[in-house]
Design a protein. Structure first.
Lengths: 128, 611
């Protein structure tokens, strides 16, 4: 059985490196994308099993990517986990970023900095 | 020896001719029987003519002829008459008409003795006009204070007066006034005068100044006094109004919150209100000498005072307090003249210290707000760095577990990189938050530009980017912190260079401009490189934002903004995606920090204000 492919989208290269290493250590294939354009290219060629998306990227690109993907029938079923450095004292309100209630909420939220065990657990739950 | 009869006759004849008036004798038929020379000279030819002809040029007797009446009743009459003289001119004369009895007691003739009173009449008329028409009240009173004569103006104001008591009419009193000047004149015969308050016939209060003098009419006794009174009601009213106005003005000056000072013609200090005394810390009771005055005030004002003309309007001046302290004030002073003559000076002083404190507080508040915004954005960057560090550690640790050297190296690199980022961030943030206060010196802005441009000249040449400097030639030096402004310019210029680099266009430019506009020093650093869209523009000053990938700390622009704010200025961004960006720093001259002669003062005060 080929390993699951996970698309990692984050503009911070160190973060991408970190996450790919963790994923590969736990038996997943990771496809890095530094930005939304790269990510869209990847989607066209390979259908990943999971997308890890940084919501805080320049030009609201993270949000627009999410909207694009969830509105596209080809990709709407791919699970997306949002990774974000945003969560502070306030609770993260997804609907502040994506108010259109036609679009479904993401499958999970993960807060940076990640805790490796928790991170892997969530991924494995969603991807299976 | 001549008989005494003859002598008498001669005497009578001479007398008849010599007496200094006109004599004519008429009979019952109005014929002039005899007349003297004076008569002839006065009235002209008389022989064979009727009296009414000669006296009055009439052809019929006068109505009510007095001579006729005397013929009938034998009474002596004295009458004023109007006739025609020998030249045909109208003339006024008084005539004494008396009967001449014959031996039987019958009135044969009437003798008319007349004398010219034209002149006298004229004086009389003039006197009458004067008396009546003169614009003051005139009354003549007797010893009983009864009014015997009153002129027109008096009658108009106080009503009909003849026969009434003077205090009754002037003042509607029923007893003599206590300080009556007329009484004193009756006593000593001298002229007396005093100010009185009376009542007009309508009951209105009226003020007048009355002068009384004795009128020796008959017998030399002080039988009458003439009272001449000048109405001063209007003057009194004006005085009252002036006094009210004066009190009002004094009140305003005393209670004004701004300092008001004035000097008079003789350079005496006539106004130095409490607010002014407060500003210059002067004892409220102490008199201010002109030398103190000149020492306290700005030199420009002393100049115009010396020249006795002009005015000065100083928006940012200083006055020197009694203890030597220099107080920042707004000062407006001018020389007062009246019809071209020097009258004195006046000045208004507004204490600027509260305003300046407010401005400093505002500056501080602005900086704190910026720092507040920064802290929010800080969280995001810090989290990324933490991820980096954790990531690095994970990779190193996992590399060690697998003895994978490549992995260990990779991980270590990440650790190093993020450690550097941490250091840079901490340093920048500390310096940002501390609010290093500007140590200003008088600088030529164009020189600063030249310095920074020189730093980057080689770099840009290699990149194919051109510098375009457009500096206004004659900007006089302004107080700026050289290090601070240098940092700002470096930051902006390096950003501009980066923007040019990231653009694909060929032949890009970095524009640097300086100018003085509307009392504001303006720096502009622009590029025709990448340009920013709306989202980026929003974030550029408020978050630790960088589009430069892993390179910048994102603090540069924030630091620049902090430095600009410390100079009391503003920084704005204009940018269009694909076209380029322009950062504009504007420093209003009035808000620039003051250049202290000894840099120490500024620092010590503000050190406490920093975070």
């Amino acid at each position: 059985m080929s390993s699951k492919k996970i698309l990692i989208i984050d503009d911070e290269p160190d973060v991408v490196k970190y996450i790919s290493t963790v994923l590969s250590d736990h038996g997943y294939d990771s496809i890095p994308a530094a930005g939304v354009d790269d990510a869209l290219d990847v989607l066209m060629q390979t259908k990943p099993d999971l997308i890890l998306l940084d919501i805080m990227m320049p030009k609201k690109s993270g949000i627009s990517f999410y909207q694009q993907v969830k509105a596209d029938s080809r990709f709407v079923n791919i699970p997306i986990i949002i990774v974000s450095g945003l969560r502070d004292e306030k609770d993260f309100d997804f609907r502040e970023f994506v108010p259109d209630t036609n679009l479904p909420e993401p499958d999970a939220f993960i807060e940076k900095p990640i805790k490796v065990e928790q991170f892997v657990k969530v991924i494995s739950e969603i991807i299976e | 020896m001549e008989s005494s009869d003859k002598v008498l006759q001669w005497l009578h004849r001479e007398l008849f001719q010599l007496v200094p008036f006109n004599i004519a004798v008429i009979d019952r038929d109005y014929n002039i029987i005899e007349a003297n020379r004076n008569f002839e000279e006065y009235f002209g030819d008389w022989s064979g003519r009727k009296c009414y002809q000669v006296y009055k040029g009439r052809i019929t007797p006068c109505e009510n002829c007095n001579s006729l009446k005397t013929f009938e009743d034998g009474l002596v009459r004295v009458i004023d008459e109007e006739g025609i003289d020998r030249h045909g001119r109208k003339t006024l004369y008084v005539v004494h008409v008396a009967p001449i009895f014959d031996d039987e007691g019958k009135i044969r003739y009437v003798i008319e003795m007349s004398t010219d009173i034209t002149e006298t009449k004229r004086w009389q008329r003039e006197y009458q006009v004067l008396f009546e028409r003169v614009p003051c009240y005139i009354t003549v009173i007797d010893r009983d204070f009864r009014i015997t004569r009153a002129n027109e103006k008096f009658r108009q104001t106080f009503g009909e007066a003849r026969g009434k008591l003077c205090y009754e009419v002037y003042k509607q009193r029923d007893a003599q006034c206590p300080d009556c000047p007329a009484a004193r004149t009756f006593q000593d015969g001298a002229v007396h005068s005093s100010q009185q308050v009376g009542k007009t016939k309508e009951g209105q209060e009226t003020h007048y100044i009355v002068t009384t003098s004795s009128l020796a009419r008959s017998g030399g006794e002080r039988a009458h006094v003439i009272e001449i009174a000048n109405d001063v009601t209007e003057l009194v009213e004006l005085e009252d109004r002036l006094s009210v106005s004066r009190r009002f003005q004094d009140n305003m000056i005393t209670n004004s919150m701004d300092g008001i000072i004035a000097t008079d013609k003789k350079d005496d200090v006539v106004i130095f209100n409490p607010a002014a005394r407060n500003i210059v810390k002067y004892d409220p009771k102490k008199k201010i000498s002109i030398s103190d005055f000149t020492r306290m005030l700005p030199p420009e004002f002393n100049e115009i005072l010396k020249k006795r003309q002009g005015s000065c309007h100083l928006l940012d001046a200083e006055v020197t307090a009694s203890d030597g302290e220099k107080i920042p004030v707004r000062f407006i002073g001018s020389i007062l003249t009246h019809r071209g003559n020097f009258q004195g000076s006046a000045a208004f002083i507004q204490d600027l210290r509260p305003l300046k404190n407010l401005e400093q507080e505002k500056l501080d508040a602005e900086r704190l707000a910026a720092v507040g915004q920064t802290v929010a954005g800080l969280a995001h960057s810090v989290k990324n760095i933490l991820m980096g560090l954790e990531g690095g550690m994970y990779i190193v640790s996992s590399g060690l577990k697998r003895s994978d050297h490549e992995r260990i190296s990779e991980g270590w690199e990440i650790l190093e990189r993020n450690f550097e980022k941490t250091t840079a961030l901490v340093k920048d943030f500390l310096s940002f938050a501390k609010g290093r206060l500007p140590e200003v010196k008088m600088l030529d802005p164009n020189e600063l530009i030249t310095e920074v441009v020189d730093l980057y000249r080689d770099t840009v040449a290699k990149m194919g980017i051109a510098f375009v400097t457009e500096t206004q030639a004659d900007i006089s030096p302004v107080p700026l912190d050289p290090d601070g402004i240098h940092t700002c310019l470096t930051n902006l210029i390096s950003n501009a260079i980066d923007a040019c680099q990231m653009s694909d266009k060929k032949g890009r430019h970095v524009y640097i401009r300086t100018r003085l506009q509307d009392e504001t020093l303006v720096f502009e650093v622009g590029d025709d490189g990448l340009g920013m869209d709306y989202d980026v523009k929003q974030k550029v000053f408020t978050t630790f934002f960088t589009t430069k990938g892993g390179g910048g700390t994102g603090l540069g622009l924030l630091t620049t903004r902090r430095i600009v704010q410390e100079h009391g200025g503003t920084i704005t961004l204009e940018s269009e995606k694909g076209k380029g960006s322009l950062f504009r720093m504007e420093f209003p001259l009035a808000r620039l920090p003051r250049c202290q002669p000894d840099g120490a003062d500024n620092s010590s005060k503000n050190a406490i204000r920093s975070l």
